[in-house]
Design a protein around this ligand. Structure first.
Ligand code: S3P
Length: 173
């Protein structure tokens, strides 16, 4: 059976960068759900939200996950930050693979995303306030979906990837 390692966590928690490094270290294929959906739709995430609404985007995420459950190769999946919190995705994620929650604090997330314009949910005046409230709403979903949690505030991308490899080998808790 294919090995699927899933990175979950808030926007700016490092899922894409860690995914790239981890895929390189393990020789797995990297799939980034946002990029996949953008390619399928031929539109940016911003345009998908504008044209189909958030609900439309969430349905695309669920369809993507259902499709992935039939994968027959080893994959690192970097998810969009809201994926585990909508539809029945948390249960689907549990079925598909081994999930690692990259936990980060609101201030660290804010520093990483403050100049970003590609995340429609953060196009608000009070970005830090939005990050803080959305993260607190979502934390239960992340924790429920996760097989393991890594606190990432003090770690580099490389250190996080190595910690995940240790977790997979059963060398870390
Ligand atoms: C979202 C996170 C984004 C993207 C979309 C919605 C969210 O992905 O899926 O803008 O709801 O948290 P990243 O976590 O890769 O930024």
């Amino acid at each position: 059976m294919a090995d699927i390692i899933i990175l979950i966590g808030f926007m700016g928690s490092g899922k894409s960068s860690v995914g790239k490094v981890l895929a390189g270290k393990l020789g797995y294929k990297l799939i980034d759900s946002d990029k996949y959906i953008e390619q399928q739709e031929g539109k940016s995430i911003n345009d998908i939200f504008k044209e189909c609404g958030e609900a439309g985007f969430r349905n695309m995420e669920t369809a993507f996950l259902k499709n992935l459950s039939t994968a027959n190769e080893d994959i690192i999946l970097s998810t969009g930050g809201g994926m585990p919190c909508h539809n029945n995705n948390a249960a689907l994620l549990k079925e598909i693979g081994f999930s690692v929650y990259l936990s980060a604090s609101p201030s660290v997330i804010y520093e990483r995303v403050k100049h970003d314009t590609g995340r429609p949910l953060l196009m608000v005046d009070d970005k830090l306030g939005k990050i803080t409230s959305l993260l607190s709403e979502r934390e239960k979903y992340y924790n429920e979906s996760a097989d393991k949690v890594i606190e990432t505030d003090e770690l580099s991308v490389d250190e996080i990837a190595d910690e995940i490899i240790r977790l997979l080998k059963g060398e870390a808790n």
